[in-house]
Design a protein around this ligand. Structure first.
Ligand code: EAX
Length: 343
């Protein structure tokens, strides 16, 4: 973000006499409201709620600022992977992105707590925890890393797909090469279930599935659909093994250069975009399971008993990552979930 050039200030229509007087006397021009240009990058395609939410955020920021704040949206990892865009924000060369909390955990380990397997019972429970004091406590850890957290958005409950065989129980996972996000909890989760975890950015995943470099992947229905994984996968299992949240984040270098009024305006746009993003994600997830079956995926319903067996088998992994995120963070997380009740 540059301070407005003289041309821009002229474009703002400041009275010529005032301008001339200021220039003649060397007085600073009046602090006019500044034009702001920014970029938001997402790793998923246009039709995914991650990008739909980004477009809504940009639209609201423009509307609330009378067109003064222009946020251009770059979808499908055009600006890089989740990790690369996080680095760009920290360096101040990009203004916004919306990664999974799982990739953010590499920077702020506490964010990894959200991905602890089988933690949330519903999206509403996740909203209550992430929008409440616990979520705010997590966001407060970001400025130390050069980031500003504006809101939690939804990716959704993650389910397994593969090209080899139906997976109805833990034993069926044995030996499957499963792509995971670049996150140690997800790597340990699938290795802990007897599969072979292969971490990689999501924008490399379709080719890896197509070339059989990996057999399987795990994502919410919205990602499976938007990335057209049904073209290179045969089986879908309703494991629902973890709820994945996204975080709308800003570059702290960019954010600290904004006037408080513009920060407040962007916070309001983020809040409104959050409601839209979550509603869109849930509406799509409702309808996409049937769509994916139509596209040829053979759906295996994983029973509650089998999901409980998976959770039991993952106890050593959960214990290890409770330590990794911080026992106090895990304790506060569990308390927030209990307080949220089963909504
Ligand atoms: O940014 O990497 C993933 O599988 C995530 O679902 C997605 O990219 C969210």
């Amino acid at each position: 973000m540059k301070s407005p050039t003289l041309a821009r200030r002229l474009a703002l229509g400041l009275p010529a006499a005032c301008l001339a007087a200021c220039l003649a006397t060397g007085l600073a021009l009046p602090a006019a409201a500044q034009d702001i240009k920014a970029r938001i990058g997402t790793s998923l395609p246009d039709e995914h709620p991650q990008t739909l939410g980004a477009r809504k955020f940009a639209e609201l920021a423009g509307a609330k600022s009378g067109g003064r704040i222009r946020i251009n949206v770059y979808s499908g990892a055009t600006l890089g992977s989740d990790q690369q865009m996080q680095a760009a924000l920290r360096g101040g060369t990009q203004e916004f992105t919306v990664p999974s909390t799982a990739t953010l955990a590499n920077l702020v380990p506490a964010f990894g707590v959200i991905g602890l397997p089988f933690s949330f019972a519903s999206e509403q429970q996740a909203d209550a925890v992430l929008d409440g004091p616990f979520g705010k406590q997590l966001l407060a850890r970001l400025p130390d890393k050069g980031l500003v957290g504006l809101a939690f958005w939804e990716n959704g409950f993650r389910n397994l797909t593969n090209s080899r065989r139906p997976v109805a129980k833990v034993e069926d996972m044995a030996g499957l090469k499963v792509r995971t996000m670049q996150n140690n909890l997800y790597i340990d989760l699938f290795n802990g279930l007897g599969a072979n975890a292969v971490p990689m950015p999501v924008n490399e995943l379709f080719t890896a599935l197509e070339t059989k470099a990996v057999d399987a992947q795990e994502n919410p229905y919205t990602v499976i659909s938007a990335q057209k994984f049904y073209d290179v996968q045969k089986y879908l299992s309703t494991t629902g093994h973890a709820y994945d949240a996204l975080v709308l984040i800003a570059s702290k270098k960019f954010w600290d250069g904004l006037k408080p009024a513009d920060q407040a305006l962007l916070q309001a746009a983020a809040a409104e975009a959050t409601a839209y993003q979550r509603q869109t994600s849930r509406q799509l997830n409702q309808k996409l399971k049937a769509d994916l079956q139509q596209q040829g995926l053979q759906i295996t319903e994983v029973s509650a008993a089998e999901r409980a067996r998976m959770r039991d088998k993952l106890k050593p992994v959960i214990d290890k990552h409770v330590e990794a995120v911080g026992a106090d963070v895990a304790r506060d997380f569990a308390a927030a979930i209990a307080a949220a009740g089963t909504r």
